[in-house]
Design a protein around this ligand. Structure first.
Ligand code: ADP
Ligand code: MG
Length: 699
C-alpha cells in the first residue's frame, strides 16, 4: 500500500475499526445512524462506547474528552480518565454509553451571551455520530476525542455545531420537497460539500519570541515596511523552500493519520504566506477537519521551530489571510445541483439552485458580512483588501450572459428551453477559460460550487457554511412558493418563468467588475447594498427583523439565541481591541521608548565627545530628531491610554465597540506611525524586536 493510504485515518475510529470491534448488529445500526444523521440509538450506545474505549486503550490512550466548538471560536475539550470504581471498589477502566452520549462540562466560563447565570452554569455535550471519534496526540499522550454538540440544560445553543446541524435539517426538508416537485424520486438526503482553503503565515520561532504583539495578539501592531515585501510578486506559487517543504510534508502526514485529505499546498501572495486545501468532504466533517487542521498545524510547526500565524492580518502592507469556503449542494445519489449536466431537467435544477443562492445573498448580504465580522477580519474586509465588504456575487461572463438571456426571454418555448439547456451544458468548458479568476469578488461561482472568500483565516468556517445553507433554504422557500402558483403546468416552463423574475430581482448583487474599485463602492451604496466598514457596524444586521425571522424559520437559532450571539460577538470584539491597545501602550513604554533612550544617550554622548575636540557634528540634529520622536511616542501612547479609560466608562456594548473601533484605531495608527518612524532610524542592534524583514523573509 502507498505511504499515504497505509497511514490514512489510523488515528480515527473509522469504519474498518468499527467493523472489527462491533457486533454486526451494532455496526449496521451505527452506520445507519451516521447516514441518516439522527442521534445515536440508546440500545447500541453501550456497545459503541465500549468498542471505542477498547480501541483507544489499545492505542495507548488513558483519557477521553468531548470536543466541541464554542461560539468564541476554536475548540474546547475537558479530559477525563477512563478509570472508575467497580461495585466492590476495585479500580477499572470504563466508558459507558451514557458518557458517550452525554457529558457535563462546566459551562460557566464559556460565553453564553448572558443566557445563563453562573449558578445554573452547566451544559452538556453529546457525540455527533456523523463525525468520527479520533485520537489526539500531544507528545506521547494520546486522548480519545469525541466530536460533540454543546447545549445548555435548557436546550439553548452554546456552540457552533448545533446551529450548523439545524441548518442542514431545514435545507434538507425544503430541498427534498423541491426535488420531488421537479420529479426527482431518488434524492433522499441533501448533502452539502465543503472544501475550505486555509491560508496562513509562518514565522521563525526565534523571531516570534521577540514580539510581544505577535505572542499576545497574533498580529504585529508595529513594524516598518521592509525593503522587500510582496512587490516582486515572486512568492505566489514560487518554489517552496526546503525548510517549508519539510514542514508541509510532516503536516500532511499528520493530517493523513487523522483521516484529513490534505490535497494542495503552495506559496501564497505574501512572503512567508502559504495555503493548504483538502479534498472537499461533507460539510460537517470538513468543518471538524478544518478545526483539527488548524491545531495540528500549530503542533507540527513547533517541531520545526516555526510558528503558524492564523490571524487575518499579521502584517501591515502585505496580503492578509482568508479561508475560502467552497460550498456546493447535492444529494445522496452523488448529484451536485450546482453541476451543469446533459439533462435539461437537471439543468433547471442547477439554475434554480443558483437562483436560490442569489435570492439569499440579495436579501441577506448584511448577514453574510456579519457572520465573518471580527476584529481580525476587519483588517481585510472593508479595508483596501481582498475581498471587499460589499457582498456581491461573481458568476463569470458566460453564465451572466445566459442569465440575461433568461431574464429577457418571452414565453419559454421548446426552442428557448433547448437553447438554455445547451448554454448550461457548455458552462464547464467555458468556465474553465473565463468564469474563474475574479479574485476581487467575495462570492464567486467557480464551475460547480460557490466560493465564499470573506471568511477569515482563523475563523471556524461553520458560521459561514451555516449561513450559506440558510440563504439557500430561504431562496428555495421562495422558489417553492412561486412554483406552487403554476400548479399543473409544465415544470420546466414554470421554473423558467420563476427564474426570470428571480434573476431580475437579484440583478444588483451580480457584479463582474473589480470589487476593490471605489466606483463599485459608490455604486453599491446606490444599489442599497450594505457596506459595513467594521465589526460594530456589521453586527447589527443580526438584529434586524428579517434576520431573526430567517433564523427562526430555518430553526437555526431562536431570537434569544440570536441576541446571545450578538452579545458574545460584541464582547469578543471589545476584548480583542482592548488587548491590542494595551499591548501597544505596553510595548511603546517598556520596549520602544527605552530603545530610543539608549539611542539618544549614545548619540548625545558621541556628539558631546566630538564637541570636546572642537567638532560641531550633525549628530546633534539626529539627537534632536530622536528626541522629537520620543516625545511623539510618549504623547501618542498617553492618548491611547486615555482612550482606553474613556472606553471603560461606556456601559453600552455597541457604543463601546464603535468607540474602540473609531477613536481607538485612529489613536493606534498615530502611535504606530511614530514607532515605525523610530524603527527606521534607531540602530539595528538597539531595536528590541525582530523586524518585518526577518519575520517575512527568513524561516
Ligand atoms: P483554488 O483554485 O480556488 O485555489 P483549490 O484547489 O485551492 O482551488 O481549492 C478548491 C477547494 O474547493 C478544494 O478544497 C476542493 O476540494 C473544493 N471543492 C472542489 N469541488 C467542490 C465541490 N463541488 N463542493 C465543495 N467544494 C469543492
Ligand atoms: Mg486555493
Amino acid at each position: 500500500m502507498s505511504q499515504v493510504l497505509s497511514i490514512f485515518g489510523e488515528l480515527t475510529f473509522n469504519r474498518a475499526v468499527m467493523r472489527e470491534k462491533l457486533s454486526n448488529k451494532a455496526y449496521e445500526k451505527l452506520i445507519a445512524t451516521i447516514q441518516s444523521g439522527s442521534p445515536l440509538d440508546q440500545s447500541i450506545a453501550e456497545d459503541v462506547a465500549h468498542a471505542m474505549k477498547e480501541w483507544a486503550i489499545s492505542k495507548g490512550a488513558t483519557h477521553f474528552t468531548h470536543w466541541f466548538q464554542p461560539q468564541r471560536g476554536g475548540t474546547a475539550e475537558k479530559h477525563d480518565a477512563f478509570i472508575t470504581y467497580s461495585d466492590n471498589g476495585d479500580l477499572l477502566e470504563r466508558f459507558s454509553g451514557q458518557q458517550l452520549i452525554q457529558s457535563e462540562p462546566d459551562a460557566s466560563s464559556f460565553p453564553s451571551g448572558g443566557m445563563r447565570s453562573t449558578f445554573e452554569a452547566r451544559g452538556y455535550t453529546a457525540w455527533d455520530p456523523t463525525s468520527p471519534a479520533f485520537l489526539i496526540e500531544t507528545g506521547k499522550t494520546r486522548t480519545l476525542v469525541i466530536p460533540s454538540v454543546f447545549l445548555s440544560w435548557t436546550g439553548d445553543v452554546l456552540d457552533l455545531k448545533t446551529p450548523f446541524l439545524r441548518s442542514m435539517r431545514s435545507l434538507n426538508d425544503v430541498c427534498i420537497r423541491l426535488q420531488r416537485a421537479l420529479g426527482n424520486r431518488f434524492a433522499k438526503k441533501v448533502i452539502v460539500n465543503c472544501g475550505p482553503e486555509q491560508e496562513y503565515f509562518v514565522v521563525s520561532r526565534k523571531f516570534y519570541e521577540s514580539r510581544l504583539d505577535l505572542k499576545t495578539c497574533g498580529r504585529t501592531i508595529f513594524g516598518a515596511p521592509p525593503a522587500k515585501g510582496q512587490q516582486m510578486e515572486d512568492h505566489y506559487f514560487g518554489a517552496i523552500n526546503s525548510k517549508m517543504i519539510r514542514f508541509m510534508e510532516d503536516l500532511d502526514r499528520e493530517l493523513y493519520r487523522r483521516g484529513i485529505p490534505a490535497k494542495t499546498r503552495h506559496n501564497e501572495v505574501s512572503p512567508n504566506q502559504f495555503e493548504i486545501a483538502p479534498l472537499y468532504e461533507e460539510a460537517n466533517l470538513a468543518i471538524d477537519h478544518n478545526l483539527q487542521t488548524m491545531s495540528v498545524m500549530k503542533m507540527v510547526a513547533e517541531r520545526h521551530d516555526l510558528v503558524i500565524l492564523l490571524h487575518e492580518k499579521p502584517f501591515a502592507g502585505v496580503n492578509g489571510s482568508g479561508k475560502h469556503v467552497n460550498w456546493s449542494i447535492g444529494d445522496n445519489t452523488g448529484a451536485n445541483y450546482l453541476e451543469p449536466s446533459a439533462s435539461p431537467l437537471k439543468n433547471i435544477n442547477f439554475l434554480l439552485t443558483l437562483g436560490a443562492v442569489l435570492l439569499g445573498v440579495d436579501k441577506f448580504g448584511g448577514l453574510l458580512r456579519a457572520c465573518v465580522a471580527d476584529a481580525g477580519n476587519d483588517h481585510r474586509l472593508g479595508a483596501n483588501e481582498a475581498p471587499p465588504a460589499i457582498m456581491s456575487v461573481y458568476l463569470g461572463e458566460y453564465l451572466t450572459r445566459l442569465i440575461n438571456e433568461i431574464e429577457n426571454m418571452g414565453k419559454p418555448t421548446e426552442q428557448a428551453m433547448a437553447s438554455i439547456n445547451m448554454g448550461v451544458r457548455n458552462l464547464p468548458r467555458i468556465s474553465k477559460d473565463y468564469a474563474d479568476r475574479n479574485r476581487t469578488s467575495p462570492i464567486a461561482f467557480t464551475g460547480n460550487k460557490f466560493e465564499f472568500r470573506a471568511v477569515g483565516s482563523s475563523q471556524n468556517p461553520s458560521e459561514a457554511v451555516t449561513l450559506l445553507n440558510q440563504l439557500c433554504t430561504y431562496g428555495y422557500y421562495i422558489i417553492e412558493k412561486r412554483l406552487a402558483t403554476f400548479k399543473g403546468q409544465d415544470i420546466r416552463e414554470s421554473a423558467l418563468l420563476v427564474l426570470k423574475d428571480v434573476f431580475k430581482e437579484t440583478r444588483r448583487i451580480r457584479f463582474e467588475g473589480n470589487g476593490y474599485s471605489s466606483d463599485w463602492h459608490q455604486e453599491g451604496v446606490k444599489l442599497g447594498l450594505p457596506n459595513a466598514r467594521n465589526t460594530p457596524e456589521a453586527l447589527p444586521a443580526y438584529e434586524e427583523d428579517d434576520a431573526i425571522e430567517l433564523m427562526e424559520k430555518t430553526h437555526v437559532l431562536t431570537k434569544r439565541e440570536v441576541k446571545a450571539k450578538i452579545d458574545i460577538k460584541f464582547e469578543y470584539y471589545i476584548k480583542t481591541k482592548e488587548i491590542e491597545y494595551k499591548t501597544a501602550v505596553n510595548m511603546a513604554r517598556t520596549q520602544i521608548l527605552p530603545a530610543l533612550t539608549r539611542q539618544i544617550s549614545l548619540s548625545a554622548s558621541a556628539a558631546a565627545s566630538l564637541q570636546t575636540v572642537g567638532i560641531t557634528s550633525k549628530l546633534v540634529d539626529d539627537v534632536k530628531a530622536f528626541e522629537k520622536l520620543y516625545v511623539k511616542i510618549k504623547e501618542c501612547s498617553d492618548t491611547l491610554e486615555k482612550m482606553l479609560k474613556k472606553a471603560e466608562n461606556k456601559s453600552q456594548m455597541h457604543a463601546k465597540a464603535q468607540f474602540l473601533a473609531d477613536e481607538g484605531e485612529t489613536a493606534l495608527e498615530k502611535l504606530r506611525s511614530a514607532v515605525d518612524s523610530a524603527e527606521e532610524i534607531v540602530a539595528h542592534d538597539l531595536w528590541p524586536m525582530a523586524k518585518y524583514q526577518d519575520l517575512l523573509n527568513t524561516l
